[in-house]
Design a protein around this ligand. Structure first.
Ligand SMILES: *Cc1c(COP(=O)(O)O)cnc(C)c1O
Length: 472
């Protein structure tokens, strides 16, 4: 295929893309296929001969699309969203067209310099301290791993990079509500899962600083080295926020690296009215938030910020002869700012999004979502039939249906499991659950790019429909 084919099919595909997004509400949010349905329609062997784009596209429509869960449907209220937006899609097409591999400055100076600029925009938009430097990673999981490896190397004066592990017994701390990516990072970094100490949380699901301090003191007493505290700014279960300032003071006192995992809720820091929740952020050594969750930039795009940029680079830098250039002392060679050598041009889509929405546009979208969540929460509370299981700080409502206060937790877990199944089998909404204090908790996330009042009313009506049926 050549550039004429690109023009022909490109126009056709754009039409399909615009129709898809325009009619997205006609697709079931969650794919209705059974396991294996897609696989059995795919031939065992790849084609020997060229197939036409028409036939490939037909299979995309007929085989692939029915097996997709439609994350861009505004009735997607599950997990956290992975939003896109028109400017992000357009930029991603350009990125694919350029096909540049942006490992060092010289392999695309504009990619390196745009990333530098967009990350300093993001830092300022989020109200992060001016001594933070940003770099785009693929995911928050990678960012947290990068943070932990940097902490490990800085502590050992780059000794583990050099000679491997000796008998150092590191400890890493997070709350019992922290994300599973922290455990994964601890495993990969060679620290060992047993050395991830999960600290209890209070009634709001935020870490208890006193408990953290006790754990640290007891570890020091027993010959362990407290290496890193991972604070949650918005847990995945309930968007709880750990007391950053108190954790910051503890980290300073005991000389422990402080990383803040703000993957989802960190986006809310573009709203000045939310910055008080991040008080003490200047104590942090690193911070991660995902524009691919709630800033309308399609997956993947994770913004990682670090205070000691030199320590980051020293942890990851490589200098084989074939990668040396005359710009190495002045330019950002992002291959040294993380794990991978080859890098996608991710800054482009974020630049398009920020410019197309404008900071005010992004802020009003987030405020709209939060306002809709407040409305939904009020509707649930006012009906008197639901219990809110965690304070709503942002746009995630954690609730369960309580038909009668006499019911055991076990019975309530069963009833709410059935409510969730009912909602999701309608195909017109998608919600997921978590467990808070052992209680089955339905999470209603109001964060999809195009979610509006009518979508919130739709999910509420379905919930009330089930609840009313329950009594009849
Ligand atoms: C989603 C999430 C992550 C993981 O994000 P990825 O970018 O998918 O790795 C980590 N921490 C928290 C709090 C999250 O909500």
């Amino acid at each position: 295929m050549n550039s004429d084919d690109l023009r022909k099919y490109g126009h056709e595909f754009i039409d399909w893309m615009a129709d898809y997004l325009g009619n997205i509400e006609q697709y079931p949010v969650v794919s209705q296929v059974n396991h294996g349905d897609i696989l059995k329609q795919l031939p065992d062997s790849p084609p020997d001969k060229s197939e036409s784009m028409d036939s490939i596209m037909n299979d995309f429509k007929n085989i692939i699309i029915p097996g997709m869960t439609h994350w861009q449907n505004p009735s997607f209220h599950a997990y956290f969203p992975a939003n896109n937006s028109v400017p992000s899609i357009l930029a991603e097409m350009l990125t694919a067209t350029l096909g540049a591999q942006c490992m060092i400055w010289q392999t695309s100076p504009a990619a390196a310099e745009l990333e530098e600029r967009v990350m300093s925009w993001m830092r300022d938009m989020l109200g992060l301290p001016s001594d933070f430097t940003g770099v785009i990673q693929d995911t928050a999981s990678t960012s947290t791993l990068v943070s932990l490896l940097t902490a490990r190397e800085k502590y050992t004066d780059w000794g583990i990079n050099q000679s491997g592990f000796d008998d150092k017994k590191f400890r890493v701390y997070c709350s019992t509500e922290a994300h599973s990516s922290i455990e994964k990072a601890v495993k990969i970094a060679g620290i060992g899962k047993n050395n991830l100490i999960k600290i209890p949380v209070d009634k709001n699901f935020a870490i208890i600083p006193e408990e953290l301090k006790n754990a640290i003191l007891s570890d020091i007493h027993n010959g362990f080295i407290p290496l890193c505290i991972v604070a949650a700014f918005g847990t995945t279960g309930s968007t709880a926020v750990d007391p950053i300032e108190q954790l910051g003071l503890i980290s300073k006192k005991y000389n422990i690296w402080l990383h803040i995992d703000a993957a989802f809720a960190g986006n809310a820091l573009i709203l000045p009215e939310y910055r008080n929740l991040a008080k003490g952020i200047e104590y942090a050594d690193s911070f991660v938030m995902n524009p691919h969750k709630w800033l309308f930039t399609n997956f993947d795009c994770s913004a990682y910020f670090v205070k000691d940029k030199g320590a980051l680079i020293r942890t990851f830098e490589i200098m084989p002869e074939y990668l040396k250039t005359q710009h190495d002392n002045v330019a950002n060679n992002y291959r040294d700012w993380g794990i991978q050598l080859g890098r996608r041009f991710r800054a482009l889509k974020l630049w398009f999004v920020i410019r197309s929405f404008g900071v005010n546009g992004l802020q009003s979208k987030l405020r709209e979502h939060i306002k809709l969540a407040e409305y939904a929460e009020n509707m649930l509370v006012e009906s008197g039939k639901f219990e809110i299981l965690a304070p709503r700080l942002f746009n995630v409502i954690c609730f369960r249906f309580v038909p009668s206060i006499d019911l055991s937790n076990e019975a309530l877990n069963q009833i709410n499991t059935e409510l969730l199944i009912f909602l999701n089998t309608t195909g017109s909404v998608y919600l997921t659950h978590t467990k808070l204090n052992g209680n089955f908790t339905i999470r209603l996330v109001i964060a999809q790019t195009n979610v509006e009042q009518k979508h919130v009313d739709k999910v509420l009506n379905l919930i009330f429909e089930y609840v009313n049926k329950f009594y009849s």
